[in-house]
Design a protein around this ligand. Structure first.
Ligand SMILES: C[S@@+](CC[C@H](N)C(=O)[O-])C[C@H]1O[C@@H](n2cnc3c(N)ncnc32)[C@H](O)[C@@H]1O
Length: 250
């Protein structure tokens, strides 16, 4: 599989090293094929991503729908819900990119490669609590990755769950790296109407020189002129902070 994610979250513009070696590989796709496969394998007609950041997950959802090749009149679509919020300052000061709240990169620049590559993806620039009114169809696959507080993620889950079709899938990001979401996924495991698999945190490779933009970001040391819309910094290529896969049973 060779996909160009338009630089979204650094999936295609950097190199990787194979684990425990100095062998470098170009265009490694990291966790991207997993998101792609979810949409592709269940022939997801309606995909929703709450919290889109660089457009990484919605790119993969849409690309899977394109590759499936539904007929033109089928009605398949990918929808983004993102409030394009002001970033929260880092508690230690300084780093405007810190945390889960921040601008959606594509919303800042109409020429962002995500906009050019997937112009048909519908963008609802609202808080998830308001955007729910715009969801007038049954969802096949939804990714929840917006408000990372326990209360916020729980509200998103509860509000959107009734919109998901039977046997539809909800993926919940950062189940192992944000305390509130870890609590939420543990709670969800007790529900009889869903099946929950939690893939905990995994680090499967090391940063290369280029990937160190993420290292600099987390230390709050990115250069002042660093432009995340041109060179997004993201770790999903070599580690992820846990992903819950939740199937709606009834
Ligand atoms: C971690 S990023 C999501 C990354 C993403 N899944 C992707 O594919 O690139 C979080 C995003 O959620 C948005 N966000 C945070 N709270 C939100 C809320 N209550 N409603 C809608 N969007 C929200 C932020 O603006 C930010 O763009």
């Amino acid at each position: 599989m060779s996909l160009q994610y338009s630089g979204s979250q650094g999936t295609s513009d950097t190199e990787m090293t194979f684990p425990d070696s100095s062998i470098r590989v170009e265009n490694y796709l990291g966790f991207a094929p997993f998101y792609y496969s979810l949409a592709y394998s269940m022939m997801a007609k309606k995909c929703v991503c709450i919290g889109s950041g660089g457009g990484f997950v919605p790119s993969l959802m849409r690309q899977a729908q394109i590759d499936i090749g539904f007929p033109d009149t089928y009605g398949d679509e990918t929808i983004i819900i993102d409030a394009n919020l002001e970033p929260i300052p880092h508690p230690d000061g300084g780093n405007p990119l810190w945390g889960w709240q921040g601008h959606a990169h594509w919303a800042e620049d109409e020429n962002h490669p995500f906009n050019q590559r997937y112009p048909e993806v519908k963008k609802i620039i609202k808080k998830s609590s308001e955007a729910i009114k715009d969801i007038t169809f049954e969802i096949d696959l939804i990714h929840i990755d917006a408000d990372h507080s326990y209360e916020g993620a729980k509200k998103d889950f509860e509000a959107y769950f009734p919109k998901v079709r039977k046997e539809g899938i909800i993926s919940l990001h950062d189940t192992d790296s944000c305390g509130g979401i870890t609590v939420l996924i543990e709670e969800l495991k007790g529900r009889p109407d869903i099946e929950v698999i939690n893939l905990g945190e995994m680090v499967y490779s090391k940063w290369t020189k280029e990937d160190n933009i993420f290292d600099l970001e987390t230390k709050g040391k990115l250069p002042k002129d660093f432009d995340p819309t041109v060179r997004p910094a993201h770790a999903e290529k070599y580690r992820w902070g846990g992903l819950g896969i939740i199937k709606k049973l009834s």
